[in-house]
Write a protein that binds this ligand. Structure first.
Ligand code: GDP
Ligand code: MG
Length: 289
């Protein structure tokens, strides 16, 4: 069995959403609120007897920044990709190859990646061959797959390439846990969004939010979430003077969560210091594996 996190990255319009839909289909596609700032935005989970692929995408690239990404955005993208087990680097084969090469190369990824040439339905075979030749020797293109996300040709090739690079391991999520996962994840994302809004610099990127309690009561939903940081100093900043910062994050996040869940919510936030946490390990533990 192979299992792991797979993150899809590419410029706007490369076809990320279309590819995610092609991969997970309507059934498991999770509709995300407009959160651009998160490490893993889980979009779907593909489970078979042979593998579990947990698909997410990266924070959006500011379109006007093009490939000269704002440093911090680039940090977030790189962070998200390196938290994954496999990165899928997607480009529209009709787009500028050099520009995409610069973008992908500048990530200097340490995780294995698959280069995906999308929209093959739009170019003649000779052009596609030329593109494959252009990317063949690039360090981030260990494997190259060409496909059309729109017409859904070449999807099995991508799954084979990704599965080949996935680590051996048991599934992270049981099939029957999938139903309330989206809600839990989005609640965590909404808390994270507030952390991004109010705290600067490295804190948002080094903090993760785990929803540990999610209980439907008669008049409200009781949610307990823990914000995990790496250092005591970060904990102090998140708490704020006299606990004012965490109160602000909590009350604003609660308002958003209530809108999202369409229910009254009681939200309890805790902060925990865990040096060098790995998000995947925490997720594993949270879901009881
Ligand atoms: P994203 O910005 O990376 O999420 O890109 P989208 O998935 O929204 O796709 C951008 C546009 O490209 C949309 O109009 C899609 O229909 C189109 N598109 C995506 N994949 C393909 C493909 O394989 N072939 C063609 N012809 N169009 C595609
Ligand atoms: Mg999209």
């Amino acid at each position: 069995m192979k299992a792991g996190f797979v993150n899809i990255f590419g410029k706007p319009n490369a076809g990320k959403s279309t590819l995610l839909n092609a991969l997970v289909g309507e059934k498991l596609a999770i509709v995300s609120p407009k959160v651009q700032t998160t490490r893993h935005r889980i979009k779907g989970i593909l489970t078979t007897d042979a593998y579990q692929i947990i698909l997410s995408d990266t924070p959006g690239i500011i379109p006007e920044a093009r490939y000269k990404l704002h440093e911090r955005m680039m940090g977030a993208v790189k962070g998200a990709l390196e938290d994954a087990d496999v990165a899928v680097l997607l480009l529209d084969v009709q787009d500028n190859w050099e520009e995409n090469d610069l973008l992908f190369g500048s990530l200097r990824l340490k995780v294995p990646s698959v280069l995906v040439l999308n929209k093959t339905d739009r170019v003649p075979p000779a052009k596609l061959e030329e593109a494959i030749a252009f990317f063949r020797d690039k360090s981030y293109a260990k494997k190259i797959v060409s496909l059309s996300a729109l017409t859904q040709t070449g999807i099995p090739d991508l799954l084979a390439a990704v599965t080949d690079l996935l680590p051996e391991g048991e599934p992270f999520f049981a099939e029957d846990e999938l139903t309330d996962l989206p809600e839990k994840f989005f609640v965590a994302e909404l808390v994270r969004e507030k952390i991004f809004q109010y705290l600067q610099d490295e804190i948002p990127y080094e903090a993760t939010v785990l929803v540990q309690e999610f209980k439907h009561k008669s008049t409200l939903i009781k949610i307990g979430a823990v914000i995990v940081v790496q250092r005591e100093s970060q904990k102090a900043i998140i708490l704020g003077e006299g606990g004012r910062m965490i109160k602000k994050i909590g009350s604003e996040a609660r308002a958003e969560i209530e809108k999202f869940l369409q229910s009254k919510v009681f939200l309890e936030l805790f902060v925990k210091v865990r040096p060098k946490w790995r998000e995947n390990d925490l997720l594993l533990r949270e879901y009881g594996y």
